[in-house]
Design a protein around this ligand. Structure first.
Ligand SMILES: [Zn+2]
Length: 292
């Protein structure tokens, strides 16, 4: 007798639970249907913000495939097997180590891809914020049951006709992983490549390229005519030791950048001096980054 009663109670509870779950699914469905049916009105309520969300959303939807391809081609979503010291060093200088171990190169090819991804991520982040804000705007226009049961995060996306998938695009994870030979010890350092880190990667590659471009221009500015003019100006005399072709007819004279190109020096008369080859070598050894 007692046992039967317990079984009845269990059945009743199960039945109630199932009915509640079914009711909830039903309410979610009619809430979502309400949003879809009233999309246009709600869109107009959102006004400028809704238009902004729709436009950015459309653009991102068009770009997402390219973004994924670029992330893969730059090798930003991978796990690198490396030594324990690389794992520790990477945690102190993430940007440098990502560039070194990914497929990023210091050229326009990588620069353009990083720039694209950085912009995409920044737009995606601002879209997510704008969508949250848009929900706050339209919330008061929704019937009570819709506010309660509609899938809140998706509402503004539905209103703007933007795929909610965009909000679910995850940052690429770049992982440095060390596993000891016996497999007993493991050490991982995971870098979540946020929009900010992507922007730092971009800045790093960009500054290195512009430096290289600068150095090339400065080196190309050094012509034979300029070299000859500087030697003549300095009266074919070394500006450090005072030795000259008049004292030593076969003396090799060179034209030196007073401030090296690598330190921002330019190839202009005021930054150039005549040195004998001995003094130039000595100067080269004493200043790091010296050029000739
Ligand atoms: Zn000299």
């Amino acid at each position: 007798m007692m046992r039967n009663e317990v079984i009845y109670i269990i059945f009743i509870c199960l039945g109630l639970a199932m009915a509640t779950a079914a009711l909830k699914v039903f309410l979610i469905n009619i809430s979502d249907a309400y949003i879809k049916r009233n999309r246009e009105d709600l869109f107009n309520t959102g006004d400028a913000l809704a238009i902004k969300c729709r436009d950015i959303g459309c653009k991102l939807t068009e770009q997402i495939q390219i973004y994924n391809n670029y992330i893969n081609s730059l090798g930003l979503k991978q796990t690198i097997s490396c030594s324990n010291s690389v794992v520790s060093n990477a945690s102190n200088n993430a940007i440098k180590f990502i560039i070194k171990y990914s497929d990023i190169t210091y050229d326009m090819f990588s620069l353009e891809r990083l720039d694209f991804c950085s912009t995409f991520m920044r737009n995606r982040d601002s879209l997510c914020n704008d969508m949250d804000e848009l929900y706050e705007h339209v919330k008061s226009k929704l019937p009570f049951y819709v506010r309660l049961f509609a899938t809140k995060q998706e509402v503004p996306y539905t209103i703007c006709g933007v795929d909610y998938k965009l909000a679910l695009v995850e940052n690429p994870i770049f992982c440095f992983s060390y596993v000891s030979p016996a497999g007993k010890s493991k050490h991982n350092y995971e870098i979540n490549i946020s929009a900010e880190i992507m922007n730092n990667l971009l800045k790093n590659v960009s500054s290195k390229i512009s430096k290289q471009g600068y150095a090339t221009i400065q080196r190309n500015s050094m012509t034979n005519d300029l070299r000859e003019a500087i030697k003549k100006r300095d009266n074919y005399t070394c500006c450090i030791c005072g030795n000259s072709v008049f004292k030593e007819p076969n003396l090799l004279l060179e034209v030196d950048h007073i401030i090296p190109i690598s330190k921002g020096g330019t190839t202009t008369a005021s930054n150039l001096q005549t040195l004998c080859w001995r003094c130039n070598r000595e100067k080269g050894n004493s200043i790091i980054g010296q050029d000739h």
